[in-house]
Design a protein around this ligand. Structure first.
Ligand code: NAD
Length: 498
C-alpha cells in the first residue's frame, strides 16, 4: 500500500478513486478496480479501487485510534469551530464539488448547484452546535439512608459506519457525517459504488479544516460480499447509519445484530400525494411536478402515488402532463436542463421494466413510457422519458413497489376517508403530501397518515432541526437537529452519593 497526497490535484478531474484513511489517500497495490461511469454520456470517468477486508480494517482501526484521541477530548466549541471550517471549505471548492457530483450522477446543474452542494455545506453548519443543545436532567434522590445526585452525560457512540446511496450523494452523506462528528464520533464512510467522488473530495476539505487524521475515512466498493458488508460486519464498528433500500437495510441489520450494535436507517418509500378539490390547483400541479420529476424521480421522498379528488381529476392530470412534457432533457451543464438521466443503464432497465409492467397491467399511459431521442454526445447515457399513468388497480406493481424513476400513477378518490385509506395502503411510510385549503382537514388528514414526514401544501420543505425518518418499512429512528443525538451519542448516568 502506498500513500498519496490527493487524487484530485488542484480541482482537476481525477482518474483513480482510492481510499481516504487516517488523513491520507491510500492506494492498494493489488486492488480490484471498476469503472465509474458518467450516466449522462456513458463515458468512463475514473477507475475506482474496491477496498478489501484489509483496507476496511485499516480504516476502522484509524477511526478507532482517532476516537480515543484529541477529537473526543476537544470541547464542543472547538469541534463546532472545525465543523464550520468544513462548511466554508465546501463552499470555497463549490465548483469542484459540483463537477464531481455532476460527473458521478449526470444530474442537471440547475439542481446540483441549488440543492446538493449547498446542503452539503449547510449540514455542517446546522449540526456544528448540536451538542450545545443537549440539555439533560439532574435529579436529587433520597434512597434509603441517604441522598444522591444523579446527572446524565452524552458520550459519543464511537466508530460509526456511514453507508450511503447514490441519489443525493454529498447531501445525504454529510447529513449523517456532520452530526456524527459534532457529537465526537469518528466515521468510516462507504459511498455508493455509483458515486464515490464527493466523499473522497471531502477528505481534502476535512484535512484542510483541521479535522484530526483518522476522524473521517472513506472506503470504496460494492455492498453485499464487498466493502459495505466488510464494514458493517467489522466488530470494531460501534453503530451503523444507513440510507438506501429497505432490503439492504435488512441485510445490514443482520450484520449489526452481531455484537448488538445500534442502527439508524433511512430506507425506501412509496409516497402518496393527496390532492383535494379545495386546494390551490395551480400550486398543487406545480409542486407535484417537482415531487415526481426532480432528480429524475430518484428522491426517496418522491410521490409515485397520486390520489386526486374526482371533481378536479381531469384538470390535474392534464396540468401534470403539460408539466412533464415541458421538462427539458439534455446536457446537464445547460442551465435550462430540468431532467437528467437515471443513475445507470442497470437502473434504467429496472425502471423500464416497470413501464412495461404498467402497460401489461392495463394502465393508460398519459405521457412518456419510453426512451427519449438524444443528441449524439448523450446517446450513451441512461435517459428515460418522464411518465404518468392512470387506470391501474390498487395492487398493481407500479402502485405498490418503489420504482425510483420520473413516474407516477394518478387515481381518483371521492372523500377524505377513502383518500387516507389509499395513502396508508402501503408497507412503506416515509413521507406524504396533502393539498387542501381547509385547515381542519389539513390537521385531520396529517394526523392520520402513516408516514415520518407529512407535508401540507408543500413538498421537500426541510428545516434541518425537524425530526426526519420513516414509519413502517421506511426506516428506524429519527435524525435532524437534537434528534440526531439519540443515535450519535449514548446517554450515561452518573450517580454520586452525598
Ligand atoms: P442500496 O440499498 O442499493 O445501496 C445503498 C448503499 O448500501 C450502497 O453504498 C451499497 O453499496 C450499500 N450496500 C448494499 N448492500 C449492502 C450490504 N449487504 N451490506 C452493506 N452495504 C450494502 O440503495 P441505492 O440504490 O443506493 O439508493 C436508492 C434507495 O435508497 C431507494 O430505495 C431510496 O428510497 C433509498 N433512499 C432513502 C432515503 C431516506 O431518507 N429514507 C434517502 C435516499 C435514498
Amino acid at each position: 500500500m502506498t500513500s498519496k497526497l490527493s487524487p484530485f490535484g488542484a480541482g482537476a478531474a481525477y482518474s483513480r478513486g482510492i481510499a481516504f484513511i487516517d488523513g491520507q489517500y491510500v492506494e492498494a497495490t493489488d486492488a480490484a478496480v471498476y469503472d465509474n461511469i458518467n450516466p449522462a454520456t456513458g463515458e468512463v470517468i475514473a477507475q475506482i479501487e474496491v477496498a478489501d477486508e484489509v483496507m476496511v480494517d485499516r480504516a476502522v482501526q484509524a477511526a478507532r485510534k482517532a476516537g480515543r484521541g484529541q477529537w473526543r477530548l476537544m470541547s464542543d466549541d472547538q469541534r463546532a469551530e472545525i465543523m464550520r471550517r468544513v462548511a466554508a471549505g465546501i463552499e470555497a471548492r463549490f465548483d469542484d464539488f459540483l463537477a464531481a457530483e455532476m460527473r458521478d450522477t449526470g444530474k442537471p446543474v440547475s439542481l446540483a448547484s441549488h440543492l446538493d452542494i449547498p446542503r452539503g455545506a449547510a449540514n455542517f453548519r446546522v449540526f456544528a452546535d448540536v451538542m450545545k443543545h443537549a440539555n439533560e436532567s439532574t435529579t436529587m434522590t433520597t434512597p434509603d439512608g441517604g441522598r444522591a445526585i444523579n446527572y446524565s452525560i452524552r458520550a459519543p457512540l464511537g466508530v460509526i459506519a456511514v453507508v450511503c446511496p447514490w441519489n443525493l450523494p454529498l447531501l445525504l452523506m454529510t447529513w449523517k457525517v456532520a452530526p456524527a462528528l459534532a457529537c465526537g464520533n469518528t466515521v468510516v464512510v462507504k459511498p455508493s459504488e455509483e458515486t464515490p467522488s464527493t466523499a473522497l473530495l471531502l477528505g481534502e476539505v476535512m484535512r484542510d479544516a483541521g479535522v484530526p487524521d483518522g476522524v473521517y475515512n472513506v472506503v470504496n466498493g460494492f455492498g453485499g460480499a464487498s466493502t459495505g458488508e466488510f464494514l458493517t460486519n467489522h466488530p470494531d464498528v460501534d453503530g451503523v447509519t444507513f440510507t438506501g433500500e429497505t432490503g439492504t437495510g435488512e441485510a445490514i441489520m443482520r450484520a449489526a445484530a452481531r455484537g448488538v450494535r445500534p442502527v439508524s436507517f433511512e430506507l425506501g418509500g412509496k409516497n402518496a400525494g393527496l390532492i383535494f378539490a379545495d386546494c390551490n390547483i395551480e400550486a398543487a400541479i406545480e409542486t407535484t411536478a417537482r415531487s415526481v420529476f426532480a432528480n429524475a424521480g430518484q428522491v426517496c421522498l418522491q410521490t409515485e402515488r397520486l390520489y386526486v379528488q374526482r371533481p378536479i381529476f381531469d384538470q390535474f392530470v392534464a396540468g401534470l402532463k403539460a408539466k412533464a412534457e415541458a421538462l427539458k432533457v439534455g446536457d446537464p451543464w445547460d442551465k435550462s436542463t430540468t431532467l437528467g438521466p437515471l443513475i445507470s443503464q442497470e437502473h434504467r432497465n429496472k425502471v423500464l421494466s416497470y413501464y412495461e409492467a404498467a402497460r401489461q397491467q392495463g394502465a393508460e399511459t398519459v405521457t412518456g413510457g419510453g426512451i427519449p431521442d438524444m443528441e449524439e454526445a448523450l446517446a450513451g447515457g441512461s435517459w428515460i422519458q418522464p411518465t404518468l399513468w392512470t387506470g391501474l388497480a390498487d395492487d398493481a406493481k407500479c402502485v405498490t413497489e418503489e420504482i425510483f424513476g420520473p413516474c407516477a400513477h394518478i387515481r381518483p378518490f371521492d372523500d377524505e376517508e377513502e383518500a387516507v385509506a389509499l395513502a396508508n395502503n402501503s408497507p412503506y411510510g416515509l413521507a406524504s403530501m396533502t393539498w387542501t385549503n381547509d385547515v381542519s382537514r389539513a390537521h385531520r388528514v396529517a394526523s392520520q397518515l402513516e408516514a415520518g414526514t407529512n407535508w401540507v401544501n408543500a413538498w421537500f420543505l426541510r428545516d434541518l432541526r425537524a425530526p426526519f425518518g420513516g414509519s413502517k418499512r421506511s426506516g428506524i429512528g429519527r435524525e435532524g437537529g437534537t434528534h440526531s443525538l439519540e443515535f450519535y451519542t449514548e446517554l450515561r448516568n452518573v450517580c454520586i452519593k452525598l
